[in-house]
Design a protein around this ligand. Structure first.
Ligand code: ZN
Length: 189
């Protein structure tokens, strides 16, 4: 199985509203498997179909592993989701700022305000209905991916235009803030 090419914002597919999926067939299963492979190869936590040039309402998401007391990553805590025609049917009033990246905008990070918790409905890869209540980073990843299906990039939603950095600038900024005793998290999808 081969990886898929991840497109960048020069390609208009990335900024278009994607079409609902009407048929869950073998061809779609193969596309899902290739998207999972592509996401993992790129060390991403999510990949939406428009990012590989397919204007379809579908995304794959894999949450990062939890870390135990010794700092070891707990592989079994990773969770893989395939969401078809997802819809955010509820968002918490509470919103939180967080740092995001995107496989379609390599080398950059930015701050985005998102619902702290959401409820998402849709279908899984076998066509079974999904009804998920999500919070924290997982909720953030889902919001980022579902935005992709409407042609929206995280850079359209920055908390302020200046809250957008190259990875190098961000690393320097993080080193400075750690000296001040602050902590920050980030994700790339
Ligand atoms: Zn993205």
């Amino acid at each position: 199985m081969e990886k898929l090419e991840i497109i960048t914002p020069e390609n208009p597919i990335l900024t278009q509203k994607a079409a609902p999926i009407e048929k869950i067939d073998r061809q779609l299963q193969e596309l899902i498997d290739r998207m999972i492979l592509t996401m993992r190869a790129a060390n991403g936590v999510g990949l939406a179909a428009p990012q590989i040039g397919q204007s379809l309402r579908m995304a794959v998401i894999e949450t990062p592993p939890e870390v135990d007391d010794e700092g070891e990553e707990l592989e079994e805590s990773r969770q893989l989701f395939v969401i078809i025609n997802p819809q955010i049917v509820w968002g918490s009033r509470k919103k939180v700022d967080g740092i995001e990246g995107c496989l379609s905008i390599p080398g950059y990070l930015g701050e985005v305000n998102r619902h702290q918790a959401i409820r998402v409905t849709g279908l899984d890869r076998s066509g079974k209905p999904l009804d998920l209540k999500l919070k924290g980073w997982t909720a953030r990843i889902f919001q980022h991916e579902i935005d992709h299906l409407d042609g929206i990039l995280y850079t359209d939603k920055l908390t302020a235009p200046e809250n957008y950095w190259s990875e190098e600038e961000y690393a320097n900024r993080l080193a400075e803030s750690e000296e001040e005793g602050e902590a920050a998290g980030e994700m790339v999808d």
